[in-house]
Design a protein around this ligand. Structure first.
Ligand SMILES: NC(=O)C1=CN([C@@H]2O[C@H](COP(=O)(O)OP(=O)(O)OC[C@H]3O[C@@H](n4cnc5c(N)ncnc54)[C@H](OP(=O)(O)O)[C@@H]3O)[C@@H](O)[C@H]2O)C=CC1
Ligand SMILES: O=C(O)[C@@H]1CCC=N1
Length: 431
C-alpha cells in the first residue's frame, strides 16, 4: 500500500491533544487487545469525533499518528535519559497523557505475558499500528465474533452521537431500544417539522429540533425515519452536510440502497434497515443490508447500537423487502389475528377486556415458546392437538377459511408493495 500520504502529516498541538483526549475518553486501555475489528471501530469513532471538531484525518492517518506516539512512548521508556524522540515534535507535551493511556491498560492480558513487548511497534516496522499481537486473536468475519465485540466493549456506543430525522413511531421504537443499551440521551437528537411527536422524546431526555441539518451536523449515525415518499426530499436537504464521519441508516420501506446512494454524496456510508414496532419493548426483529461503501465494521457498529432493540440480523438487500412483509408488516397480521381471537371469545360471551388480555398473553406465550424451544411451529401445533379434541376442530375451521393461504398471500402482497415503493423511489430520485 502506498502510505506516503499517511506518513506526511502535519499535526498541530491542539489536534494531537484532542486526539489523545478522545482515545483516553474511549478508554483505549480496554480496547487495544489485538482484535482488529474492535480496534478499527475505535479509530473510526475517533475519526468521527475528530471530524466533528473540524479536524479531517482519515482512519489510516489516525492509526499512523497513534503508531508514532506509541513508538515515542516506548523509546522514552527504554531510554529515559536519551533526548526526546524526533518523530513527534513537542513530544514532552503529550508524554503525560500517553503514559496515562499506556500504563493503565492491558486488562485482558493473562498473567505471565509480557504485554508491553507484544504491543511494541517501532518506527521502522510497517505493521498496522492498530493490529497488536496479544493472546486470543479474534478473526473478524463471523456473527459470533461481532456479538463478542459488542459484549466486550459496550461502552464504545456511549461515545457516539445519534440522530433521528423523523419523530414517528419507528424512530421512537428504535430510540427506546438504543437508550436501553449504552447510548446516553444527551448524545441523541431528533428532528421533525411539527412538535406533536417530540414530547415523548423529550421525556426520555433526548434533545429535539425542527432542523434536520442540525441533527446531521451533530451526529455520527443518522436514522432517516420518515415516510418512504419523503426520503428523497430529506436526503436532498441534508446531502451537502453528510461527510465521511456519517453513517446514514434508512428505515423507509422499499427505499433501495441504490436510491440512497444516488441521493447522498459519493462514497457515503449508507445502510438500509427494516425494523418493526416491537423495538419499543426490545423485542423487535431487525434486518439490515449494507451499502457499497459500508464496511463490515459499520455493520458491527450498527448491530452494537441496536442489540437491545431485539433480534438484529444482516442479509442481502433482496431480503429486506421480504422481511418487510414477514415482520415489519407481519406484526400487524399478528395483531389482526389477536383481535379476531378476542372477538371470537366475546361472541361466545366473555367480557371484552378479559378476552383481549387473554388474547395478548396467548400471542406472547405462543411466540416465546416458539422462539425459545427452537421447535418448528407444526411440531408445537401438534403438541396442542388432542386427537378428537377441541384444537383440531378449531384448526379445521381455520383451514376451511384459508387462513394459511391468506397469511402467505399477505406476506407476498406486502413484499410486492415494498418492491413497488422501491421502484417508485428509484424513479423519484432520478427526476
Ligand atoms: N411503523 C412501523 O411499524 C414501521 C415503519 N417503518 C418505516 O419507518 C418510516 C417511518 O414510519 P413511522 O414512524 O411509522 O411514520 P410516522 O408517520 O409515525 O412518522 C413520520 C415522522 O416523519 C416526520 N416528518 C415528516 N416530514 C419530515 C421532514 N421533511 N423532515 C423530517 N421529519 C419529517 C413526521 O413529522 P411530524 O411528527 O411533524 O408529523 C413524523 O415525525 C417509514 O418509512 C416506514 O416505512 C419500517 C418498519 C416498521
Ligand atoms: O406499512 C408500512 O409501509 C411500514 C413498513 C413496515 C411496517 N410499516
Amino acid at each position: 500500500m502506498d502510505d506516503s500520504g499517511i506518513k506526511k502529516q502535519n499535526w498541530d498541538v491542539k489536534e494531537t491533544e484532542l486526539f489523545l483526549e478522545i482515545l483516553k475518553e474511549l478508554d483505549m486501555k480496554k480496547c487495544l487487545d489485538g482484535r482488529k475489528v474492535r480496534n478499527n471501530k475505535l479509530f473510526k469513532v475517533a475519526h468521527r469525533r475528530m471530524t466533528a471538531a473540524g479536524y479531517h484525518r482519515s482512519v489510516d492517518q489516525l492509526k499512523f499518528r497513534w503508531k508514532l506516539l506509541k513508538s515515542a512512548y516506548y523509546k522514552c521508556k527504554r531510554e529515559p535519559d536519551s533526548p526526546a524522540p524526533t518523530k513527534i515534535q513537542g513530544w514532552w507535551r503529550y508524554e503525560k497523557t500517553m503514559v496515562a493511556i499506556m500504563e493503565s491498560r492491558h486488562p485482558l492480558v493473562g498473567p505471565g505475558v509480557n504485554s508491553d513487548r507484544n504491543d511494541e511497534v517501532t518506527e521502522e516496522s510497517d505493521g498496522e499500528a492498530s493490529v497488536l499481537h496479544w493472546p486470543q486473536p479474534c478473526p473478524d468475519n463471523t456473527t459470533q465474533n461481532l456479538d463478542l465485540i459488542i459484549k466486550m466493549d459496550p461502552e464504545m456506543d456511549s461515545q457516539l452521537k445519534i440522530g433521528f430525522i423523523g419523530a414517528g413511531n419507528m424512530a421512537f421504537g428504535i430510540a427506546k431500544g438504543i437508550l436501553s443499551g449504552n447510548v446516553l440521551p444527551a448524545n441523541v437528537k431528533v428532528s421533525a417539522p411539527s412538535s406533536r411527536n417530540l414530547g415523548r422524546f423529550q421525556e426520555l431526555g433526548i434533545a429535539v429540533t425542527h432542523s434536520n441539518i442540525e441533527v446531521v451536523c451533530g451526529s455520527d449515525v443518522v436514522f432517516v425515519a420518515v415516510k418512504p415518499h419523503l426520503v428523497p426530499l430529506v436526503l436532498n436537504e441534508i446531502a451537502q452536510h453528510v461527510t465521511d464521519r456519517h453513517m446514514i441508516v434508512s428505515v423507509a420501506a422499499g427505499v433501495t440502497l441504490a436510491t440512497l446512494e444516488e441521493l447522498l454524496p459519493e462514497n457515503s456510508v449508507a445502510i438500509r434497515l427494516m425494523p418493526n414496532l416491537p423495538c419499543l419493548v426490545q423485542e423487535g426483529a431487525l434486518l439490515f443490508a449494507r451499502g457499497s461503501h459500508a464496511k463490515q465494521e459499520d455493520g458491527a457498529l450498527l448491530r452494537s447500537l441496536l442489540h437491545r432493540c431485539g433480534l438484529v440480523e444482516e442479509g442481502p438487500e433482496a431480503w429486506i423487502d421480504i422481511h418487510t412483509g414477514l415482520s415489519g408488516s407481519g406484526v400487524a397480521f399478528v395483531y389482526l389475528f389477536a383481535e379476531a381471537l378476542a372477538e371470537g371469545a366475546v361472541k361466545m360471551g366473555m367480557p371484552s377486556a378479559l378476552a383481549h388480555s387473554i388474547a395478548s398473553q396467548t400471542v406472547l406465550g405462543a411466540g416465546r415458546l416458539l422462539r425459545d424451544s427452537g421447535k418448528h411451529p407444526a411440531q408445537l401445533r401438534s403438541e396442542v392437538c388432542t386427537p378428537g379434541g377441541t384444537t383440531i376442530y378449531g384448526l379445521h375451521t381455520l383451514e376451511q377459511g384459508g387462513v394459511r393461504a391468506s397469511t402467505m398471500s399477505a406476506v407476498e402482497s406486502a413484499t410486492e408493495r415494498a418492491r413497488e415503493l422501491g421502484r417508485k423511489s428509484t424513479a423519484g430520485s432520478r427526476k
